[in-house]
Design a protein around this ligand. Structure first.
Ligand SMILES: Nc1ncnc2c1ncn2[C@@H]1O[C@H](COP(=O)(O)OS(=O)(=O)O)[C@@H](OP(=O)(O)O)[C@H]1O
Length: 274
């Protein structure tokens, strides 16, 4: 599968055909939409399952749109075509998800009352997860060796663009009232608290019992059993914080930390690595 660059950002052509970017940009947002935003490999499937469970507790169960696959509006899937087309007529509340950087978002989103949830993960684990993922998608040409892959990741040469540009593009919107930031590491450390926070933000506060039910259904082991296993299990691979230690050499880790400090110092954005 080949890739193309749009405004400096790499997209895999078969997953996000170029016309899809216009479809997404011009996509009409409804005030009751829920827009989930993730950089790839930071918790897309996980948070999608959590939102599905939160909505299920108010009786919303539409498998056509809230199916197993995270609803990534910029994607095209063989049996459905461009998802942005499909979602135009989906019933409310719509759960839309995207990996696109902020400049590619539907133009009406930020001025709307839609709820925006941004999920982030520490960039070392994100890089490792991404490396393993692309090895299972041989159609997309990414380096086979970890060393070369990491070099590209540090250079920002990866699908959906550079990690830090993506994260900071959204982080600068943090004072907007309808955005919630979640971190993968917080979810790992205290899932009930994060589920509660998310449900409340979505205007659907849950009882303690309901929180526990969502947690039970979305913990890693449950998801490994329930989420359809595409790409040889790549969507539920290890699900831990700190797996980067199995791939990074000390030297790679130092170079990574230098860039991390350079890009995030004085931004207020920080991540936990273990
Ligand atoms: N329930 C749960 N708990 C903890 N971690 C989980 C869970 N579900 C998925 N994962 C891990 O999330 C990583 C995949 O990220 P994404 O879903 O964003 O992938 S994708 O962008 O949609 O391809 C991938 O991370 P790695 O294991 O580090 O590769 C998954 O294992």
């Amino acid at each position: 599968m080949s890739t193309y660059k749009e405004r400096g950002v790499i997209f895999p052509v078969d997953i996000v055909p170029r016309p899809n970017l216009d479809l997404v940009k011009n996509f009409d947002i409804r005030d009751d939409d829920i827009m989930m935003i993730t950089y790839p490999k930071t918790g897309t499937w996980w948070t999608h399952q959590i939102v599905k469970q939160i909505l299920a507790s108010e009786g919303v169960k539409d498998e056509k749109y809230l199916g197993d696959f995270p609803n990534l509006i910029e994607f095209s899937v063989p049996e459905k075509g461009a998802l942005a087309e499909l979602f135009k007529t989906a019933p409310s509340p719509r759960v839309l998800a995207t990996h696109v950087p902020v400049e590619f978002l539907p133009s009406g989103l930020l001025g709307s009352k839609a709820k925006i949830v941004v999920v982030m993960r520490n960039p070392k684990d994100t890089a490792v997860s991404t490396f393993h993922f692309w090895q299972k998608v041989p159609e997309v040409k990414t380096p086979e060796s970890w060393e070369s892959f990491l070099e590209q990741f540090l250079a920002g040469d990866c699908p959906w663009g550079p990690f830090y540009d993506h994260a900071l593009g959204y982080w600068k919107l943090k004072d907007s009232h309808n955005i919630l930031f979640l971190k993968y590491e917080d979810m790992k450390k205290d899932l009930p608290a994060e589920v509660k926070k998310l449900a409340t933000f979505l205007g659907r506060p849950l009882s303690e019992e309901a929180v526990q039910a969502v947690v039970g259904a979305t913990q890693f082991d449950s998801m490994k059993k329930t989420v359809k296993q595409h790409r040889d299990g790549a969507f539920t691979r290890k699900g831990v914080i700190g797996d980067w230690k199995n791939s990074f050499s000390d030297e790679q880790s130092r170079a990574f930390d230098d860039q991390y400090r350079e890009r995030l110092s004085n931004t207020g954005l920080e991540f936990e690595f273990e």
